[in-house]
Write a protein that binds this ligand. Structure first.
Ligand code: SF4
Length: 750
C-alpha cells in the first residue's frame, strides 16, 4: 500500500462496496488514485478497511473501463459515437416509444450503488418529469423485505439505532447474515466487543456454519426458510417463562394481524403452537438451542439483532422481519444503548440512495407512498409542478418490470425500453433464463463503468464515472450520510450519471425539472442534494440539517433525522420524553452521558395507530419451493469476503480475484457418499428453472440435504441465478434467492 510520502493529497470519501459505509481517504498523485486508507475519524470503521475497500482504487484504471458511448449497429457490433449522437438516439427513441405505447413504456432501473443525488435526480425526472412511476432499483432484490418489516411494525423505515449499539450490546442475535464476509468491518467490531467482554453472548441462526457462526456461543442451525418457526418458538418460550416486559408492551405496542387489533393474550395463544420440540421437527434446529436462545435474548440486559439477505430474500421476508421485531417488542429490547432490531444493508447506498429518496415504483422521496395524495401534493409543490402531475398508481416492482420488458412485437410486454444504471440485472436477476430475452428484445440503454452481461444486451452503452471520479453522497445502514469528494477526472469521455440524467431531461424538454445541467459534477450534485433535502424538511425522515456544507466539513457524516443545521444527527430514534425527530439523548450517550434508567420509548407511527408499534400475528410459512422426490436438496447461496455482487469490479482486481476466482458447491459428506462425489468433482446442480456446473467441496458446514454455493462467479455455466427462484414476497415483492429445491449429478472427476 502506498505510504503518505507516495501521494500528493488524501481526499475524504466513502467505500464503494458494502453497506457498512466505511470512511476512506483516497490517495491521489499525478491526477491518479494510487491508494486508499481508512478514515480514523469515521464512526463506521474507525480507520479500518477490509480488502475490498483497500483495493478499490485498482478498479479505476482497469483497461476494460468503458470510455466512450457505444451504439449497437445492424450487424450486432458496437460502434463508438459522440455523446450527442448517443443521447439524441436515446431520447428520440424514448420519446417515440412513449408516444406510441404510453408514458409507462420506458422504465428506469437504478441501483444502491449510485449516488443519492443521482438516484434522486432520475427518480424526479421519471416521476415528476415523465409522469411515470416505472422506477425501480436493485434494492428491491435485497432490502425490500426489511423496508416492509420496518414500515409495518414501526411505521417508518430503517433501524432505530446505530452501529454503536454493537459495543453496547450484551447479546447479539445474528440471523441470515454472514457478517464476517458480507460486512467485515462490522464483524471486526463484533469480535473486538466479544474479546473485550467475553460474557457477551453471540447467537447465530443460519443454515450453514459460516465463518460468522464459528464465533457463536450458540448456533441455531435451520433448514433454509424455516426460521420463522424458530422465532415464533423463541417468543413462546419468552412468554411462558414470563421474560416479557409487560409495561413496555402495554405502553408501546399493540397486537395485530394487519386487519384487527387484539390483546396480548391472543399473541401468546398464537405462538403457543410453536413448542420447541415441534419446531425441531420442522426446522432441524435443536429444541434446547431454541430455549437457550430465548433465555439469552430476553434476559441479556441489551440485545441487538442483526440480519441481512438470509432473512430478506424470501417469499416471507416481511413476516420474518416482523417476527424479529416482535422479539424485541415483547422483551422491551429496543430504544436504549445496545438494544435494537437492526437490518444490515448490502449495498453502499441502498438506504441513502434508493430507500430514502423513494426511488422504487411505489414510493416518493422520504420513503412515502406514491399512492398518498398528501405526499404527492407535497412533492409537486416542492418540485414546482402542477397539481396532479404525479401518477397515483405505483409502477411495476422489479420482477414484474423485467417480466414486462420486451420488443415492439411482444404484444404482452408493455415496457419497450429501459435505462439501466450501475447494475447488472442480466447477471443478478433470479431465474435468469426467463428475463434475458426481454432485455435483448427491448431498447436497452445501460450506464456503467465496465462491460457486463447487461451491456452485452444493450442497444446503447453510456460510459460512467466511478464514485471517486465524480463525488457525492452515500447513506449507509445506520442512517448516516457521508460525502465523497471528487478525487480525479474520469477516464476518456466517461461522465457522471447526474450529467447524463440532466442531458436526457434537456433533450426531452424537462430542463426545468432537472436544472442542474452542468459539467461540474460536484456543483450539480450539490444542487440536487439541496433539492432533495428540501422535500424531506418537516418529515419523520428529515435530512434538512444535513447540508452539503456540513457534509464537506464533517469527517464522519450525519445520521438522520437531522431537522436543523445545528442538530448533531440522531443516534437512536423513538426515545420517550422527546420528539423522536429531535432527540439528542442517544448521541450524548455515545460521549458518556446516560439515557435515564426509565428508558421507555415512544414509536413515531405517522399518526396511524396511536404511536404504537405492531406486534404481528403472522402464520408460519416455509419457502415457496420445498425439496421433493425430483429435487431432493435445499439450495442456498451466500457471499465470500473478497468478492462483491456480480464481480464486475472485484473480479478485475487481481489480488482479490485470485483469492476466490470461481464458485463451488458445498455438499455434506453423507450426501457426497450417496452420490459418489469427491471434492473437486464437477457436479451439475439443477432446479426447475436452470442448471449450473460447479466443482464440489465436501464439508459438513451445513446439515445433510443442504447445498451452498457462493454467488459471485462470472462464468456462464456457474451463474447461480439460472437456478434461483424468482417467486416473490407478496408484501415486498422481493424474490426468494435464498431457497430453492435442486437435484445434483456427478459429471466428471478432477
Ligand atoms: Fe468497504 Fe464494506 Fe469492506 Fe468497509 S466493510 S471496507 S464498506 S467493503
Amino acid at each position: 500500500m502506498a505510504q503518505d510520502a507516495d501521494v500528493e493529497r488524501w481526499v475524504k470519501g466513502v467505500c464503494r462496496f458494502c453497506g457498512t459505509g466505511c470512511g476512506v481517504y483516497v490517495g491521489v498523485k499525478g491526477g491518479r488514485a494510487v491508494a486508499i486508507k481508512g478514515n480514523p475519524d469515521a464512526k463506521t470503521n474507525f480507520g479500518f478497511l477490509c480488502v475490498k475497500g483497500m483495493l478499490a482504487y485498482k478498479v479505476m484504471e482497469h483497461p476494460d473501463r468503458l470510455k466512450h458511448p457505444l451504439v449497437r449497429q445492424a450487424d450486432g457490433n458496437f460502434k463508438r459515437v459522440s455523446w450527442d449522437e448517443a443521447l439524441d438516439l436515446v431520447t428520440s427513441k424514448f420519446t417515440t416509444l412513449r408516444n406510441k405505447y404510453g408514458k409507462d413504456s420506458v422504465a428506469y432501473y437504478g441501483s444502491g450503488q449510485a449516488l443519492t443525488e443521482e438516484t434522486y435526480t432520475f427518480n424526479k425526472l421519471w416521476k415528476g418529469g415523465l409522469r411515470s412511476n416505472m422506477v425501480e432499483g436493485n434494492p428491491r432484490l435485497c432490502m425490500a423485505s426489511a423496508v416492509g418489516g420496518y414500515m409495518t411494525t414501526m411505521g417508518s423505515d430503517e433501524p432505530a439505532g446505530s452501529y454503536a449499539d454493537i459495543e453496547n450490546a450484551k447479546c447479539l442475535f445474528i440471523v441470515g447474515s454472514n457478517t464476517s464476509e458480507a460486512h467485515p468491518i462490522l464483524f471486526r467490531r463484533i469480535m473486538r466487543h466479544k474479546l473485550n467482554h467475553p460474557e457477551v453472548k453471540i447467537i447465530i441462526c443460519e443454515p450453514r456454519k459460516t465463518n460468522t457462526a464459528k464465533i457463536a456461543d450458540l448456533w441455531l442451525p435451520v433448514d433454509p426458510g424455516t426460521d420463522l418457526a424458530v422465532f415464533h418458538s423463541m417468543a413462546r418460550e419468552i412468554i411462558r417463562n414470563n421474560w416479557v416486559d409487560r409495561q413496555f408492551i402495554e405502553e408501546n405496542t399493540r397486537v395485530t394481524d394487519g386487519k384487527e387489533v387484539y390483546d396480548f393474550d391472543k399473541y401468546a395463544a398464537h405462538v403457543e403452537q410453536f413448542d420447541p420440540e415441534t419446531v425441531e421437527k420442522v426446522a432441524r434446529c435443536p429444541a434446547a438451542n431454541i430455549r437457550k436462545a430465548a433465555e439469552w435474548f430476553a434476559n441479556s440486559g441489551a440485545t441487538l439483532s442483526l440480519w441481512c439477505m438470509g432473512l430478506n430474500q424470501r417469499t416471507r421476508g416481511v413476516w420474518a422481519n416482523n417476527l424479529i421485531h416482535n422479539l424485541h417488542l415483547i422483551t422491551g429490547q429496543i430504544g436504549f444503548a445496545g438494544a435494537d432490531s437492526f437490518s444490515l444493508t448490502g449495498q453502499p447506498n441502498a438506504c441513502g440512495g434508493v430507500r430514502e429518496t423513494g426511488a422504487l415504483s411505489h414510493l416518493l422521496p422520504g420513503t412515502k407512498p406514491v399512492a398518498d395524495p398528501k405526499w404527492r401534493a407535497h412533492c409537486e409543490k416542492q418540485w414546482g409542478l402542477p397539481e396532479g402531475t404525479i401518477d397515483p398508481k405505483p409502477g411495476f416492482h422489479t420482477v414484474k418490470m423485467f417480466e414486462s420488458l420486451g420488443g415492439e412485437n411482444d404484444a404482452d410486454k408493455p415496457i419497450k425500453a429501459a435505462l439501466i444504471c450501475t447494475t447488472n440485472p442480466a447477471h443478478s436477476l433470479p431465474n435468469l433464463n426467463k428475463y434475458i430475452p426481454g432485455m435483448r428484445d427491448s431498447f436497452l440503454v445501460v450506464l456503467d463503468i465496465f462491460p457486463s452481461r447487461t451491456t452485452q444486451l444493450a442497444d446503447v452503452i453510456l460510459p460512467a464515472a466511478f464514485i471517486y471520479e465524480k463525488g457525492g453522497v452515500y447513506g449507509c445502514s445506520e442512517r448516516r450520510s457521508q460525502l465523497t469528494e471528487k478525487c480525479v477526472e474520469p477516464p476518456g469521455e466517461a461522465k457522471a450519471d447526474i450529467w447524463i440524467a440532466a442531458q436526457i431531461a434537456k433533450r426531452m424538454g424537462l430542463e426545468k425539472v432537472i436544472p442542474w445541467n452542468m459539467d461540474d459534477s460536484m456543483k450539480a450534485n450539490e444542487m440536487a442534494w439541496h433539492d432533495y433535502i428540501s422535500v424531506t424538511k418537516d418529515t419523520d425522515h428529515t435530512m434538512w440539517g444535513v447540508t452539503y456544507e456540513r457534509l464537506k466539513k464533517s469527517k464522519a457524516g450525519l445520521q438522520w433525522p437531522c431537522p436543523t443545521e445545528d442538530h448533531p444527527g440522531t443516534y437512536k430514534r423513538y426515545v420517550r420524553g422527546m420528539d423522536p425527530m429531535f432527540e439528542h439523548q442517544g448521541f450524548l450517550e455515545m460521549f458518556g452521558k446516560k439515557i435515564p434508567k426509565d428508558r421507555k420509548i415512544v414509536f413515531y407511527m405517522d399518526g396511524r395507530n396511536e404511536g404504537k408499534a405492531n406486534i404481528f400475528l403472522r402464520p408460519y410459512k416455509g419457502a415457496e419451493e420445498q425439496p421433493d422426490a425430483d429435487y431432493p436438496f435445499f439450495f442456498t447461496t451466500g457471499r465470500v469476503i473478497e468478492q462483491w455482487h456480480t464481480g464486475t469490479m472485484t473480479m478485475r482486481v487481481p489480488e482479490i480475484a485470485r483469492a476466490h476466482p470461481n464458485g463451488y458447491v458445498e455438499i455434506h459428506p453423507e450426501d457426497a457418499q450417496k452420490y459418489k462425489i469427491s471434492s473437486g468433482d464437477i457436479v451439475e446442480v439443477e432446479s426447475r428453472r436452470g442448471r449450473c456446473e460447479f466443482p464440489a467441496v465436501i464439508t459438513s458446514a451445513s446439515l445433510p440435504g443442504i447445498l451452498f454455493v457462493p454467488m459471485h462467479d462470472q462464468k456462464y455455466e456457474r451463474l447461480v441465478n439460472f437456478i434461483c427462484n424468482d417467486a416473490v414476497d407478496p408484501g415486498s415483492f422481493e424474490p426468494e434467492y435464498k431457497v430453492a429445491a435442486v437435484r445434483i449429478k456427478r459429471l466428471s472427476g478432477p
